[in-house]
Write a protein that binds this ligand. Structure first.
Ligand SMILES: NC(=O)c1ccc[n+]([C@@H]2O[C@H](COP(=O)([O-])OP(=O)(O)OC[C@H]3O[C@@H](n4cnc5c(N)ncnc54)[C@H](O)[C@@H]3O)[C@@H](O)[C@H]2O)c1
Length: 315
C-alpha cells in the first residue's frame, strides 16, 4: 500500500487520529483536513513527529470551497471522510448546524473528489443512528432506515449521495456504519460517549448518572478494530454500506459495573428519568463485514477498556 495517498477529514478527532496512526504504520502517505472544532493537534502528536514527510495537516473546514482546491492539490487516491458534528443531542438543539457540517460538508467532499478524480471515498456512517429503534437486534444493513434525530437524518442522507456519485461519476465508496466506538482519545468532555462520561466521572470519584433503569443496550466496538475496517475498505467493500460493530449487546448497567471494577469505583449509580428519543436496544449484525471486508472485531470490551482507562488517567 506504500504508494497510496489517503486524505482523512476529521483526522484530528478520536477515530480519525487513530486511523491516521494506522495508515502511517502501513506506509501510506496521509493528509489530514480538520478545522479543530472538536479534534486537537495533540491527537496527532505521533503523526506529526514523522520524519519522512509522509504526513501533512491542514486546518480546513470541510464546508469551505477551499477544500476543493486542497483536494485537487493533494490528489489523494482515497478520501476517508470522518469530519462531522457528532453530538446527537446537539443535532436536536441546532439541526441547521448539524445539516451544514454533516450533509453540506459531505457534499463538498464529494464534489472535491469528483473534480480531482479521486477513486474512492470511505465514509464514517453511524449504525446506531441509522436504524432507529424498530429494527430487529442485531440489526443488518438491509433494515429500514428509521433515524430519530437530525444527526441520523444528516448522516443517513449522505449514503444516498455516495450511491448517486458512484452511479453518475464512477466514484467508488464504502460506508462503514459503526456502532458505539470507544478507546483512547475519545473526548472525555463529550456529551454522547457513555464510556468517556462514566470514566471521567469515576476517575474523579464523582457521581455517575444513569438515565432510565440501565437496561438499555449498546454495541461497543474498540477503536483499533474499527480502524482496521477502514484499512480493509481501501480495496474492498465497494458500493456497500457495511456495519462495524460486535453483534454483542451490553447494558449500560453492566458497563457501569465493569468500569467500576477496573477503576476501583465504589459508589452506586444514580438513576435519573430516561431521556426521550434514546434508543433502547442497539447492536449491529456484521455478516456483511465478514463477507466483503474479511473483517471482524477481536477486542473484548473488558480488554479494550484497559487502555481506554489508562489513557483517561493521563488526561
Ligand atoms: N464515535 C462513535 O462511536 C461513532 C459512531 C458512528 C459514527 N461515527 C462517525 O465517525 C466520525 C468520527 O467521529 P469521532 O467519534 O472520531 O468524533 P470526533 O468529534 O472526535 O471527530 C470529528 C472530527 O471532525 C472535525 N470536524 C468537525 N467539523 C468539521 C468541519 N466542519 N470541517 C473539518 N473538520 C471538522 C473535528 O474537529 C474532529 O476532529 C464522525 O463522522 C462520526 O459521525 C462515530
Amino acid at each position: 500500500m506504500g504508494a497510496l495517498r489517503v486524505l482523512v477529514t476529521g483526522g484530528a478527532g478520536f477515530i480519525g487520529s487513530n486511523l491516521v496512526d494506522r495508515l502511517l504504520a502501513e506506509g501510506i502517505q496521509v493528509d489530514v483536513a480538520d478545522n479543530l472544532v472538536a479534534g486537537s493537534l495533540s491527537n496527532l502528536a505521533s503523526a506529526r513527529s514523522q520524519k519522512n514527510a509522509k504526513f501533512s495537516f491542514h486546518k480546513l473546514d470541510v464546508c469551505d470551497v477551499a477544500l476543493e482546491e486542497y483536494v485537487n492539490k493533494r490528489r489523494p487516491d482515497v478520501i476517508m471522510h470522518l469530519a462531522a458534528q457528532i453530538d446527537v443531542r446537539n443535532s436536536k438543539v441546532d439541526p441547521y448546524y448539524d445539516a451544514t457540517v454533516n450533509l453540506l460538508g459531505s457534499i463538498r467532499v464529494l464534489e472535491a473528489a469528483r473534480k480531482a478524480g479521486v477513486a474512492k471515498v470511505v465514509y464514517a456512517a453511524s449504525g446506531g443512528a441509522l436504524y432507529g429503534d424498530v429494527a430487529p437486534v442485531p440489526t443488518a444493513e438491509d433494515a429500514p432506515r428509521r433515524p430519530i434525530s437530525p444527526y441520523g437524518i444528516s448522516k443517513g442522507t449522505v449514503l444516498d449521495y455516495l450511491s448517486l456519485y458512484r452511479d453518475l461519476y464512477d466514484i467508488e465508496y464504502t460506508a462503514l456504519a459503526m456502532s458505539n466506538v470507544y478507546g483512547p482519545r475519545q473526548d472525555p468532555n463529550g456529551e454522547s460517549a457513555v464510556i468517556s462520561i462514566f470514566g471521567s466521572a469515576m476517575l474523579k470519584d464523582d457521581d455517575v448518572y444513569i438515565y432510565g433503569d440501565g437496561s438499555q443496550t449498546r454495541d461497543f466496538v474498540f477503536v483499533d478494530d474499527t480502524v482496521d475496517a477502514f484499512i480493509k475498505s481501501i480495496e474492498l467493500g465497494g458500493g456497500l454500506v457495511i456495519n462495524v460493530g460486535t453483534t454483542q449487546e451490553t447494558t449500560v448497567l453492566d458497563l457501569f459495573w465493569e468500569m467500576s471494577r477496573q477503576i476501583g469505583y465504589s459508589k452506586s449509580p444514580i438513576f435519573r428519568p430516561s431521556r426521550s428519543g434514546e434508543i433502547l436496544r442497539s447492536a449491529l449484525d456484521i455478516q456483511r463485514a465478514r463477507d466483503h471486508l474479511g473483517w471482524e472485531p477481536w477486542t473484548q470490551l473488558s480488554e479494550g477498556l484497559k487502555p481506554t482507562i489508562e489513557w483517561m488517567k493521563l488526561q
